[in-house]
Design a protein around this ligand. Structure first.
Ligand code: HSE
Length: 438
């Protein structure tokens, strides 16, 4: 039986939106169990909100305040949970909490990706915890498995679907043949996509998560400016159809992997993945992260990547861990950044590519196209010729060429694409998608 110290640990919650309300509910409703698990009770002493006017559960009313700075600066707060999002106020409040000796739990991936290089050391200097499991892939435990369970291994690849909105859109384009715009509107109607969907659809949300995953996996602080980022807004139904014909799907992946020269590559882009890969079957708004490590082999983590209750589960998991540390007067394990690995520019990437473009359907065209690939040191693995236009209807004088390459260099590929676009035989844009998992 755990000995209970009756002195409560004081908790301040910043933000009471979809996730914050669920966190407050869990702290209150599961109070007895959390006390038993921690060895000390938690006392939620205040909830900072932007406005007192919004309807909120009655039992939270007496805790509400609009003065977040005063709440964090009280001097007796043990743990601050930051769920207001954004970077300016959240960054100031987290630094204030650390300066006042509080440990911090946050779900703020954008803030940690852009300012983590200074916030993590500030927490270390102050001797407090800074936990952020909910910042990447909602309910899925991935930060702690990478930082603790796999810390003795050598990670080679972390590759994941870390944005539910874009996975939902691509899934609808794949399974129901929707175009991008129709699928986006449906995602907005269902509350997955924001009114301004830019952060999700242009890959910025996934890129922030890629920063955090790559930094832990490769023991290096990865700057957000070093991450290549390309979203899904230019993915066309023709790309999805071509992938399907090759028994593949298109997913927006955050990929971090080691390169042969010791550098790492960290990037977000639409990716063609074979249906045999574990990530291919992750549909709807779900998230999944695939990890490949030298000793452990291949691991897969899957689950809800957003939503009030799932994200609150990760936040409260961190809260309990940080509270246990606090109750024992210690801080938890930190992520190490000793390796200082260089992040290679996207031009240094070597992977397989899928290309799709239409050509004049007459003798000698295939030979001319093949010589353009050869001139750019790109070896073609497969070629498909389909008599279709961009809408997928039968075409007469043009054919769509679909070419899968062997592993090639990104710079060579871009030069090859430019040469194809300039070739008189090529009658359309030249589209390419990076390929993983083949
Ligand atoms: N907007 C994100 C998503 C969740 O759609 O997965 C928060 O990062």
């Amino acid at each position: 039986m755990t000995q209970i110290d009756e002195q409560p640990l004081k908790v301040a919650l910043l933000g009471c939106g979809v996730v914050g309300t669920q966190v407050a509910r869990l702290i209150i409703e599961q109070g007895a169990d959390l006390t038993a698990r921690i060895g000390r009770p938690l006392e939620l002493v205040g909830i900072a909100v932007r406005s007192l006017d919004r309807p909120r559960p009655v039992k939270l009313q007496s805790l509400l305040t609009t003065d977040a700075d005063a709440l964090v600066s009280r001097g007796d707060i043990d743990i601050v949970i930051e769920l207001i999002g954004g970077e300016t106020d959240a960054g100031r409040l987290i630094r204030l909490a650390i300066d006042h000796g509080a440990s911090v739990v946050t779900a703020n991936k954008a803030l940690l990706a852009s300012q983590g290089e200074s916030i993590f050391p500030a927490a270390e200097r102050a001797g407090v915890d800074l936990y952020y499991e909910a910042a990447v892939a909602g309910a899925i435990p991935i930060i702690r498995p990478l930082r603790e369970s796999l810390v003795g291994d050598s990670i080679q690849v972390v590759m994941g679907i870390v944005n539910g909105t874009t996975n939902y859109i691509l899934d609808k384009m794949t399974t129901e043949g929707m175009d991008y715009q129709t699928a986006l509107v449906q995602a907005q109607d269902l509350g997955y996509a924001e009114a301004d969907p830019t952060a999700d659809v242009e890959g910025h949300d996934a890129a922030a998560k890629a920063v955090l995953l790559a930094s832990i996996a490769f023991h290096t602080w990865v700057s957000d400016s070093a991450v290549y980022c390309e979203g899904i807004s230019r993915v066309m139904p023709g790309d999805i159809r071509a992938a399907r014909d090759l028994d593949c799907v298109v997913k927006l992946l955050a990929v971090a992997n080691t390169l042969d020269d010791g550098r790492i590559s960290v990037r977000v882009h639409p990716t063609m993945v074979p249906n045999s890969h574990p990530l291919a079957s992750v549909g709807g708004a779900y998230n999944a992260i695939f990890v490949e490590a030298a000793a452990a082999g291949r691991l897969m983590f899957v689950g809800p990547g957003a939503g009030g209750a799932p994200t609150a589960s990760a936040v409260v998991g961190d809260l309990v861990t940080v509270a246990r540390n606090r109750a024992r007067g210690v801080v938890g394990p930190r992520q190490s950044v000793y390796a200082d690995r260089e992040v290679a520019p996207i031009g240094a990437l070597r992977t397989r590519y899928f290309l799709r473009f239409r050509v004049t359907d007459e003798p000698g065209v295939l030979a001319a196209v093949a010589s353009i690939f050869a001139n750019h040191h790109i070896s073609v693995q497969t070629v498909q010729q389909m008599p279709v236009d961009e809408a997928g209807s039968v075409a007469r004088d043009v054919a769509e060429l679909r070419m899968m390459t062997h592993v090639a260099g990104e710079d060579d590929l871009l030069d090859c694409v430019a040469a194809l676009k300039a070739a008189p035989q090529v009658r359309s844009d030249v589209r390419f998608i990076r390929v993983e998992g083949i």
